[in-house]
Structures are given as structure tokens and as C-alpha cells.
Design a protein around this ligand. Structure first.
Ligand SMILES: [Zn+2]
Length: 282
């Protein structure tokens, strides 16, 4: 799933490409993509796009007093195309046809339809349930006091940092990078953090997400590719050497994600039990 840096760079590029364009028509080939029906999509015809911004891991495309709130979920992409989509393109979920033949297109890979959009009055976006429940952004850097309050929960760091209601923008990829940067165990309880550990974690959130965004600004041109070149150092690198200490990066496989960490620097030298592996070996 795209996380804060991936959604932010896409919002910047898409916004630069479409700001000021006029909408000719809007289609939703995704049967379940639109989660609202009033106002109807037709209400966007003739309007100008003000811009596209990020809210948490979502996009907000602005059309005057109406806004489209878009969530890519795990396999969606929001991109600008020079030509209109073929109506046979099964990945199309939402097509905003612009003047000059261009198209702002929400696509989704795979057979599942989980990406969604809502057309809302612009002043209702913040009160929408998907937005209202979001915690503060993990980037830019949060003030120490606010971060300490967020971490005052007896949950393990790995799930807590991915909980968008606590802090927004971090998912399965960047959580591994942030915890590795802060040299903290994914299983440490947030409320057990010493002050210096909490400060390391606060800095690591902003540093890693900010560095990813800087990297994307350097390497991504006007068009956002389907697969972003993510500057990951431990996530998806199980079996490789830790770039800092050379210890083998270990992984724990869960049902729908993999947690990667450096045992030497994060778990006191202990290799944690991989439930999948131990099940297979029985
Ligand atoms: Zn290491």
C-alpha cells in the first residue's frame, strides 16, 4: 500500500499536471468505487481542478466547493494520462476526463475492488469518517510533547505506528525502516519507551519519511510510475546484511505482511520466532 511519501509525491506530481484543467465528464467503471452518490459525479462537469493534495494516505482533488476524496487501498494508482482509457481497461475505477483529451485516472491492479472515492462538499472533507479519525501526520516532525502523548499506549510499536488513528502515513514498509533507524524492537511497548528512545523514534519517523520524499523528488519525473523506486534498507531485505552493522536481517511472516529487523541492533541479539516457519517445520 502506498504510504505517506508515495502518496505525497503522487499528489505533488498529479497536482502540477492537472491544476487549472477543466473537467469534461467523469465516469466510474469501478462498480463499487464511489462510496457517495449525492452530489452525483456529473456535478464535476465544467468545473476546474484547483489541485490535488494529500490527507493521511488519501488524496483530495479539489474542484471549487466540491472535493473528491480518494483512497488507493493496497493496489490503486492515481495518474494523469494523455489519452482516455479504453473502456475495456479492467483496471479503471474512476476516470476524470479533462479538456485537451487528458484524463485523471484511478486504476487498481488485481481482481479485488477496494480502492474507493467519495465526492463531498469541500467543507465536509475534514468531518468525513475516513479523515476525522486520522491521527497527526508522521511527517513533518511532530513536537515532542504531542508525540509522547501519542505513544502513551501499551501497544507494540509495529502495529501502533501503522495505526492511522494514532499517527497517520506509516504502513508496512516504512514502519520497518523507522524502527530500524531508531534501533527499537518492533515488539517493544510504546508506553515502555524511555525518553531518549521516544525521541529517537520521533526523529526517525520524520527523517525516514522526509528522506524518502526527497529521494522521490530527485528521481521521479512528471509522471509517477506504477512502481516507485522505494529507498528501503531493511524492509523486504531479509537474509541480506544490515547496512549498519552487517548482521543478517531477519524476518517474521504474518498473514499479509512481513516484518524485517536487525537482531543485533533491535532485539538485543535475539532472533524472534517466525510463526510461519515454525508451522511449516512441524
Ligand atoms: Zn544492524
Amino acid at each position: 500500500m502506498p504510504e505517506l511519501p508515495e502518496v505525497e509525491i503522487a499528489a505533488r506530481r498529479v497536482s502540477a499536471a492537472v491544476a487549472g484543467a477543466r473537467v469534461e465528464s467523469v465516469l466510474a467503471p469501478g462498480m463499487v468505487t464511489m462510496k457517495t452518490f449525492d452530489p452525483p459525479l456529473d456535478a464535476l462537469a465544467g468545473r476546474q481542478i484547483g489541485g490535488v493534495r494529500r490527507r493521511g494516505k488519501m488524496f483530495v482533488a479539489e474542484f471549487g466547493d466540491l472535493s473528491l476524496l480518494i483512497h488507493l487501498m493496497s493496489a490503486g494508482r492515481l495518474q494523469v494520462w494523455d489519452k482516455r482509457a479504453s473502456l475495456r481497461d479492467r483496471a479503471s475505477r474512476l476516470l476524470v476526463r479533462l479538456d485537451g483529451g487528458r484524463e485523471l485516472r484511478l486504476r487498481e491492479f488485481g481482481t479485488q475492488q477496494r480502492a474507493w472515492a467519495k465526492l463531498l462538499p469541500a467543507d465536509a472533507v475534514e468531518a468525513d469518517e475516513a479523515v476525522a479519525k486520522l491521527g497527526p501526520d508522521a511527517w513533518p516532525e511532530l513536537p515532542p510533547g504531542e508525540f509522547a502523548e501519542l505513544m502513551d499506549q501499551s501497544h507494540h510499536l509495529h502495529p501502533l505506528l501503522r495505526d492511522q488513528r494514532t499517527i497517520s502515513g506509516i504502513g508496512r514498509s516504512w514502519v520497518d525502516e523507522i524502527l530500524w533507524t531508531a534501533r527499537l524492537s518492533p515488539f517493544k511497548k510504546a508506553s515502555d519507551l524511555e525518553q531518549d528512545e521516544r525521541e529517537r523514534l520521533r526523529g526517525a519517523c520524520a527523517e525516514r519519511l522526509g528522506a524518502a520524499l526527497d529521494h522521490y523528488e530527485d528521481v521521479i519525473g512528471a509522471t509517477v510510475p506504477d512502481k516507485l523506486p522505494m529507498p528501503l534498507q531493511v524492509h523486504r531485505r531479509a537474509g541480506e546484511d544490515c547496512p549498519r552493522c552487517g548482521t543478517r536481517i531477519e524476518a517474521i511472516h504474518f498473514k499479509d505482511y512481513v516484518m524485517c529487523y536487525c537482531p543485533e541492533e533491535q532485539t538485543g541479539g535475539r532472533v524472534l520466532k517466525d510463526r510461519r516457519l515454525s508451522k511449516l517445520l512441524k
